[in-house]
Design a protein. Structure first.
Length: 76
């Protein structure tokens, strides 16, 4: 629960909305035990919330790598 809270805060600071939402869902899931209630009324298991955070992180990580490659290509 603590790790997902840290991810939520960091992603908020970096304006990474999708990762923040995923981390929020994971934090709620960890706090409640095993599943969370989503805005659309469905329930999601803790494992699915964890996978979602990992997927959003992978997208962010790739974007950062691409950004650094771009900066290198323009000699910044």
């Amino acid at each position: 629960m603590r790790a997902s809270h840290v991810i939520k805060g960091a992603s908020s600071n970096l304006m990474c909305q999708e990762l923040r939402e995923s981390a929020t869902n994971l934090e709620q899931s960890a706090a409640s035990g095993n599943e969370i209630q989503l805005d659309n009324g469905s329930k999601e298991e803790l494992n699915k919330a964890t996978i979602d955070v990992h997927e959003k992180y992978a997208v962010l990580k790739k974007a950062v790598v691409n950004y650094h490659e771009f900066l290198d290509s323009v000699n910044v």
